[in-house]
Write a protein that binds this ligand. Sequence first.
Ligand SMILES: Nc1ncnc2c1ncn2[C@@H]1O[C@H](COP(=O)(O)OP(=O)(O)OP(=O)(O)O)[C@@H](O)[C@H]1O
Ligand SMILES: [Mg+2]
Length: 342
Amino acid sequence: MKIIALANQKGGCGKTTTAVNLSYALSLLEKKVLLIDADPQHHTTTALGYTNAKHTLLDLFDRITKNEAFAPKDFMQHRNVFLSVIPSEFELGAIEAELSGNTIALELLERIFIKLAPGEYDYVIIDCPPNLGFLTLNALKNAQMVITPFDAGIFALMGTDNLKKILNMLSDVTQKMPEVRALLTMFDARSNFSRSFLETAKGKFGEKLFASIIRNNAHLRESASCARTIFEHAPKSNGAHDYAQFAAELVNFFERTCDIEFTLNGYAEAREVFVAGDFSDWQLNETMKMTRTDTGWRLSMPLEKGKSYKYKFVIDDFWVADNQNPDFELDSIGFKNSLVNV
Ligand SMILES: Nc1ncnc2c1ncn2[C@@H]1O[C@H](COP(=O)(O)OP(=O)(O)OP(=O)(O)O)[C@@H](O)[C@H]1O
Ligand SMILES: [Mg+2]
């Protein structure tokens, strides 16, 4: 089961639109999907027409905090055979204050996930609110992947930076770092600004930018307002095409890759450490930055199966091979590159 959070503290950049339509697109690929609306604004719930649902995520959290027995199934709506949804409601926002200081606050989603049977879902998609509060933290803590949608604007990009900072802080506690990928949304191919912004985004995210791009498409707006996904509302639209393509890219990504853990012991005094390799054209960007641990540094990175990669650590601008890895080859000037076979 892959848990994917849609997060960016910038509002209105396409988190909900992506959560709803990506989930439906995955269900069309016959993937078993659980979509969780973790936003008190409950836009996912509204966009799917579940505002009158008898049970919501809030009721589920209530059961957990009262230590009462529950079955996640009782809180779900079923869109089709493959897609189930846990809706949300406005009052969900109030429980953050109620749970303040209670350690359970950051364990709520985890308590639900441990109740899901192995193989029950292929993907869990979580729509987060536009802030980095406890609901988003719950999602980030459990996610294998964080998709950060961003539209053409500096604020959405700043949101992705803040998210990365939060993830670094979280990983100090959880000792794990989800894969963070960026998705360009509301793209207007006719605008010079959008096109040059796309180049900026490619430079910033490198490999971590999804190849799929979601174009600006009025049908996406309309479909949400009539409580239907784009596939139910306008299956031939660009919006449906883009989300279907994105779902296929995501599935391909998970089925084609394997998570590789890079670790470097010591260097506690280093300011920053990166992994550089041919998997990222030897570029150093934010997503190649290692996280500090009690014993050194670490970074988990999905790499394509069946391939061999060269890499080095970059410790405060100083490039070194991985001395814990006996596999290496010499480059053209006789320096060691470490090797990893995936
Ligand atoms: N590709 C698109 N083309 C046209 N409109 C879009 C597209 N993606 C999203 N929208 C519209 O933009 C608005 C904001 O999108 P959305 O609600 O998905 O953002 P969000 O990041 O979830 O917002 P919030 O942070 O408030 O939760 C909505 O009205 C939505 O219908
Ligand atoms: Mg939203």
